[in-house]
Design a protein around this ligand. Structure first.
Ligand code: BGC
Length: 347
């Protein structure tokens, strides 16, 4: 079967290669790959900057934002042949640490977790793969065009869950959330905010393309300049990883604000910041700044509910390009106007 693979650490090694059928040891659920989403992590892996092959393998099958159709599932797996399924990305570390032992592998404490398509395990950009039933999540059958948005939605479901838990450290009546970045993560974070009844503002630098309308259609407001947004956000979900903006949003918020950082920035671009002033603001306002990555099964289940409640047409407009897997180079190439680019695997 065909799979999209790289030699981790080697830029320019991405290829559609002939791969063996998935081994039974990967799990009892056999899945036909329908599509994978492309994200910044995939582009970093393809650039040779991130990623790790499974032990003893030279190449890594990439793809962690999956959508597939179940071909075989054992009794009691909670899935039937024909069901749409999404594979969870992370697997617990082997120790396991206290969090991995409790099913909270997204909070792994020793870093020895593995991730399909990213770190030490093959991913989902292949014609077939296997999943352990506990790492396979069933999806509403009507989500066949957009189910590939599950993984990024699980990431923002976790962010929302954690920020709400933090908010409840004291009496809390928040209303206003600012989401920075109108890429897939930002737009999905905004969707979950609207579904929760929050007053949602989205900041992005682009003035054209689909983003302003996607935000307006959610009932949220769109801004291109942080200075036009009042500094009264109870929650900020930062989805750009752009260092100057990260520093700004830590300072421009309401008292008791919770700032959730989700963007993975590049290292090595130092920035002059008044750390003393920033610290003073955070302390005197009881603010919390925290980072959030990955998701556990509970968050995937929350994401499945959020997607099935969302407007299908709106979700479809988030997928701005669908590219056959043979044209992977096109999909990996960033284009103006892209929100989510999807590689179609099934012929
Ligand atoms: C994925 C996460 C993963 C992270 C770091 C992100 O692109 O969505 O699931 O934990 O990369 O590898």
């Amino acid at each position: 079967m065909q799979a999209l693979t790289v030699i981790p650490g080697t830029a320019g090694s991405v290829e559609l290669t002939d791969a063996p059928e998935p081994p039974d040891g990967d799990g009892a659920v056999l899945v036909e790959g329908l599509a994978v989403g492309v994200c910044g992590t995939d582009r970093e892996i393809v650039a040779g900057e991130y990623g790790e092959a499974p032990p003893a393998a030279q190449r890594l099958v990439i793809g962690h934002e999956s959508l597939g159709r179940v071909l075989e599932a054992p009794d009691g797996a909670g899935l039937e042949p024909g069901d749409l399924a999404v594979g969870i990305v992370r697997r617990p570390d082997p120790v396991p640490c206290a969090n991995c032992a409790a099913g909270e592998w997204d909070m792994c404490r020793n870093g020895r977790f593995t991730e399909r398509g990213i770190k030490g395990r093959h991913g989902y950009a292949s014609e077939r793969y296997r999943l352990e039933p506990e790492f396979a999540v069933r999806l509403d059958p009507g989500l066949d065009r957009v189910g590939v948005l599950m993984e990024p939605t699980s990431v923002v479901a976790k962010a929302w869950e954690h920020l709400e838990r933090i908010g409840h450290r004291a009496a809390w009546a928040p209303r206003k959330v600012l989401v920075t970045g109108a890429g897939p993560i930002g737009l999905l974070a905004a969707l979950l905010g609207v579904q929760r009844g929050w007053d949602v503002r989205v900041l992005d630098r682009v003035r054209t393309g689909v983003k302003p309308q996607l935000v307006a259609d959610l009932g949220a407001t769109y801004h291109t300049d942080l200075s036009d947004v009042d500094s009264d956000s109870d929650v900020i979900i930062e989805c750009t990883g752009a260092a100057p903006l990260v520093a700004d949003v830590m300072a421009r918020n309401a008292h008791n604000a919770v700032v959730c950082l989700t963007g993975v920035s590049s290292r090595g671009r130092p920035l002059e910041v008044d750390v003393g002033g920033l610290n003073r603001d955070i302390v005197l306002q009881n603010d919390v700044v925290f980072g959030s990555v990955n998701a556990n099964r509970r968050h995937y289940e929350q994401a499945a509910v959020a997607l099935s409640r969302a407007d299908r047409g709106w979700l479809e407009r988030l997928v701005t390009r669908r590219v056959p897997i043979g044209d992977f180079a096109d999909a990996l190439d960033r284009r103006d106007g892209d929100v989510k680019v999807v590689l179609d695997i099934a012929r």
